[in-house]
Write a new protein. Structure first.
Length: 610
């Protein structure tokens, strides 16, 4: 067969050429990802253009492993065709994600320079699900190429799918082990005061290409040692198959107790559907670990356990469907519930098919082989539907929630307008604009007013609203200066606090609804006024000083604890304090002062003694 020409010549010229191409691909991937990372960090193009950045990111992350894994197993023309097809699918998914999220990125997703980048909150889910899609599709394509058929034998599907899984697992392990060795080397050099390797490991220009290059190298090594991969796979499957009897006993016991306990306790958990779906997924995996390619001998205990596990899949899936149906009936559809419904479609394929296979007593679950292949195509179709306009969960959820409002199933004051504003993406924005113009339901005036107010929000109330207060007026309104005759310096009010990491800022410099007290004092005796910000409701003070005498940027110089006591805070506000020498002197080591923190300074409050 043609596959032998490309896969069998591992030790010849073709293998060396394939190895060189694979390693070069990994290096190019690393350089591309580093460039994307830098543009995102600096807020430069293409990171500011979601229609360019998101497709490039998905192609750079997911396409190289597909290309590397295809080399040597298919003719060059087929490799190019399949890689181009996979890239086209990723491009469509990325462009649609960019389109539905364009212009509605919530605040707080910018970079350190305060500029928006193109990543959306749902990008991570898209990357994961796209990776699952490519894994399944790639296994189907490689198996078909190996057998020379569009629909390969189940044995080929089994071999390819598990080989890819083991390759990915051990490639990730290889990268982790390499990084651990590099970290160990950095520690060794640091002991002799050589920090070059430690500094190198935190540099993105070094870390990103090295990780990608190491991953591609591991994919090649595991590919040219199929016997080792097959041995590891067999060991993992045998071990997993012996977990199956334990799982069957536990899950069977759970189902047997339900007639006596009822289902009410399940509904109260609010995560019954998710847990039941996870249970179904584990059982399917364990059943296949025992079944393998259908030709592996199994003990009687394993065979009985696999059959029983196949039978209990149906009631588990039925209960999960019922649980989801109750939530949808009461509260309507949300994006998460639509994702759960999609998973239940796949789970139902397994449950019904395995139930049919389990009742064929004359065979060893042989019928689950076509069920697995057919369900793989169902998974591909479901994933494509979810991340394209066909069945976009966000669009469906927004339409359903608005329809419930129009029918009066939800009162105007109980409707979640913030869901449309911050999770509905462009569909939610369009729905809010329509509600603001027209008003619907039994109280159209209330709906229109609330929708219009929601459209004006820059962030969820109480969650990073007006992050990094942008105007001197907003900071001045948040901070109360003591004594009242004093005022914050204009240089402090006008400083761009977006450039300061959030953990170095009290919330009064980030949010309009948080207050601070400010004391102007000379904390270090250099003759210059410093600013001590005390955030109300928290045991913490922030001391800011200027980098140069009376000029330059303000920076966080020190923190203070022990200011949470009401009477102590009142003393500070009234000016009943003095700058004192600490009771415990500091230790100086390596040019750095190590300060003692007396326990009384933190917890000795007068009201606590009463």
């Amino acid at each position: 067969m043609q596959v032998e020409q490309y896969d069998g010549a591992i030790g010849g010229e073709v293998s060396r050429r394939v190895m060189a191409i694979r390693l070069a691909t990994g290096l190019v991937q690393g350089l591309l990802l580093y460039w994307l990372y830098r543009t995102g960090s600096d807020g430069l193009w293409p990171a500011t253009d979601p229609y360019v950045f998101l497709p490039l990111l998905m192609l750079a992350v997911l396409l190289p492993p597909v290309f590397i894994s295809s080399l040597g197993h298919m003719a060059p023309r087929k490799v190019a065709l399949w890689t181009a097809s996979a890239g086209a699918i990723l491009l469509v998914l990325a462009l649609y994600e960019a389109w539905r999220s364009a212009g509605v990125v919530p605040p707080g997703h910018g970079n350190g320079n305060g500029k928006q980048i193109a990543l959306q909150p749902s990008t991570g889910l898209l990357l994961v699900c796209s990776g699952v899609f490519l894994y399944i599709a790639h296994a189907l394509v490689l198996a078909g190429a190996q057998d020379g058929k569009r629909i390969a034998s189940y044995g080929s599907y089994f071999e390819i799918a598990w080989k890819l899984a083991v390759q990915l697992l051990f490639s990730a392990f290889f990268v982790g082990a390499l990084w651990a060795v590099l970290g160990m080397g950095a520690g060794l050099f640091e002991m002799i005061r050589l920090n070059f390797l430690k500094r190198l490991l935190v540099e993105s220009w070094f870390a990103v290409p090295v990780i990608c290059f190491a991953f591609s190298c591991a994919l090649h090594i595991t590919d040219v040692r199929p016997a080792i991969v097959r041995g590891i796979r067999t060991l993992l499957l045998v071990l997993a198959s012996w977990i199956l009897p334990v799982a069957v006993v536990i899950i069977g016991g759970f189902l047997c107790t339900l007639p006596f306990t009822g289902l009410e306790a399940l509904w109260k958990t609010r995560y019954a559907t998710v847990l039941l779906l996870l249970t179904v997924a584990v059982l399917v995996m364990l059943i296949n670990a025992a079944f393998q390619n259908g030709q592996t001998a199994a003990t009687l205990a394993i065979r009985i356990s696999a059959r029983m596990a196949a039978i209990v899949l149906l009631p588990l899936t039925g209960i999960a469907i019922y649980a989801l149906g109750l939530r949808v009936h009461e509260y309507g559809w949300t994006a998460d519930r639509i994702y759960a419904a999609a998973c239940l479609v796949v789970a139902s394929c397994y449950a019904i098919g395995y139930q049919w296979a389990a009742h064929r007593y004359e065979t060893w679950l042989v019928e689950i082989a076509p069920i697995n292949v057919g369900t793989a195509f169902v998974v591909l179709a479901v994933l494509l539907a979810l991340f394209t306009p066909i069945a976009d969960p966000v669009r469906l959820a927004v339409n359903n929630q608005v329809a419930r409002l129009e029918k009066g199933l939800i009162k105007a004051d109980r409707f979640d307008y913030l869901y449309l504003r911050f999770e509905g993406q462009r569909f939610g924005q369009a729905a809010l604009e329509r509600l603001a113009r027209q008003g619907v339901g039994t109280e159209p005036a209330v709906v229109g007013k609330t929708a219009a107010e929601s459209l004006k929000l820059a962030g969820r109330p109480g969650f990073q609203a007006n992050v990094a207060a942008a105007t001197p007026a907003s900071i001045a309104a948040n901070v109360t200066v003591w004594p009242a005759s004093e005022a914050l310096p204009e240089s402090f009010l006008g400083q761009d606090w977006k450039l300061t990491p959030e953990f170095n800022l009290p919330e009064c410099l980030q949010r309009v609804d948080q207050k601070c007290d400010a004391l102007l004092l000379d904390a270090d005796g250099d003759g210059q006024r410093d600013i001590l910000l005390i955030q109300r409701g928290y045991d913490g003070g922030y001391l800011y000083t200027q980098q140069e005498r009376g000029q330059g940027a303000w920076r966080l110089a020190a923190r203070m604890k022990g200011v949470h006591c009401k009477e102590r805070l009142e003393d500070l506000r009234a000016g009943h304090y003095r700058v004192a020498t600490p009771r415990w002197k500091a230790l100086e080591a390596g040019g750095v002062q190590l300060l003692f923190e007396p326990e009384a300074n933190v917890s000795d409050c007068r009201e606590e003694k009463q």
